[in-house]
Ligand binder design. Structure first.
Ligand SMILES: Nc1ncnc2c1ncn2[C@@H]1O[C@H](COP(=O)(O)OP(=O)(O)OP(=O)(O)O)[C@@H](O)[C@H]1O
Ligand SMILES: [Mg+2]
Length: 307
């Protein structure tokens, strides 16, 4: 059983309302947001609120699969279509019939794959690799990306026509640091969850631990929070999580604890890494925002062991 999706902040409650409204529609929806914000959970809610809820929810991580494999995974192939294709195989577009196909990290697919996806979205048919016959598909297509696809379109790495097809409606999941009202309720729910799983009598966080969580920038969002809490629950000695149990890298927080003056170099490092995280690792943009050259940024990251 998955923990229920928690939403306390206004941004998140509005997003869940929009998700519920949009779920029954058959439209393609693009879910965007930084890594770990909950894009896949939102996509599942869209599926569960649709008339396809009895059908499969099939997620494909388009960014993690080599192009040739992705093609046969999605479209299927006939026997002998390529070396190793010993048997005929149906693709996920066909396998998800009656359900939802979730194209995760769609911003990472190659130009030739973008063209193939565009064709499927336009024609609503697929051709198995090695075959000329068109087969109709019956799936709702949802997609997600951590990238800003409008920027990718502007710099030529993503097709404009595919962008418009995918982004009929966009649901943007805000980063955790932009919805601080969610942090402590999420953290408490995660503490109880981990305590139960690890069979530990821990039920709360200290005030300082809570403050620490609120000041962390959470570049890895809810997933990072989950991991931090899980480790804290595993490590905690007392009946609640203390600030010392939180294995957060203090240099990635922007706030400077008054009792511990830091060197200028440490502050610079923390600031650079925080801005880099905010830009999802995008170095050019980070360098521009910091007002330094990208070679300088690279040199500094290398010195921090982060390049
Ligand atoms: N609002 C929330 N309430 C409870 N748990 C959440 C919430 N949002 C995200 N999570 C949890 O955080 C983790 C990451 O969520 P999910 O996989 O949906 O994010 P994602 O945006 O798809 O991440 P990635 O970019 O890494 O693929 C999951 O374990 C999910 O259950
Ligand atoms: Mg995901």
């Amino acid at each position: 059983m998955q923990r229920p999706l928690l939403a306390v902040s206004r941004a998140m409650t509005e997003l869940l309302e929009a998700t519920a409204r949009l779920a029954p529609l058959e439209t393609t929806i693009l879910v965007t947001g930084e890594t770990g914000v909950g894009k896949e959970r939102i996509a599942k809610l869209l599926h569960q609120g649709s008339r396809r809820r009895e059908g499969a929810f099939v997620a494909v991580n388009c960014g993690a699969i080599a192009e040739s494999l992705l093609e046969s995974d999605l479209f299927g192939h006939v026997r002998g279509a390529f070396t190793g294709a010993a048997t005929e195989r149906i693709g996920l577009f066909e396998a998800a019939r009656g359900g939802t196909l979730f194209l995760d990290e769609v911003g990472d697919v190659s130009p030739s794959m973008q063209l193939k996806l565009l064709r499927v979205l336009q024609e609503r048919t697929v051709r198995r690799v090695g075959e000329t016959r068109e087969r109709a598909i019956d799936v709702r297509i949802l997609a997600a990306t951590h990238r800003d696809l409008a920027v990718c379109v502007a710099n030529g790495s993503f097709r404009r026509d595919l962008f418009y097809r995918l982004q009929v409606i966009e649901l943007r999941v805000p980063p955790l640091r932009d919805r601080p009202d969610d942090i402590l309720p999420l953290a408490r729910a995660l503490v109880l969850d981990a305590a139960l799983r690890f069979d530990r009598a821990i039920s709360d966080l200290s005030k300082e631990a809570g403050e620490r969580l609120l000041s962390h920038p959470w570049p890895g969002n809810v997933r990072e929070l989950e991991n931090a809490i899980e480790r804290a629950v595993a490590l905690a000695r007392g009946g609640r999580i203390e600030v010392g149990d939180l294995p957060l890298d203090s240099t990635s927080a922007l706030s400077i604890p008054p009792e511990a003056p830091e060197t200028l170099a440490a502050v610079e490092r923390a600031h650079i890494l925080a801005v880099l995280a905010r830009n999802e690792g995008h170095r050019e943009r980070t360098a521009t925002q910091l007002g330094i050259g990208s070679a300088t940024l690279y040199r500094k990251l290398k010195a921090y062991g982060a390049a």
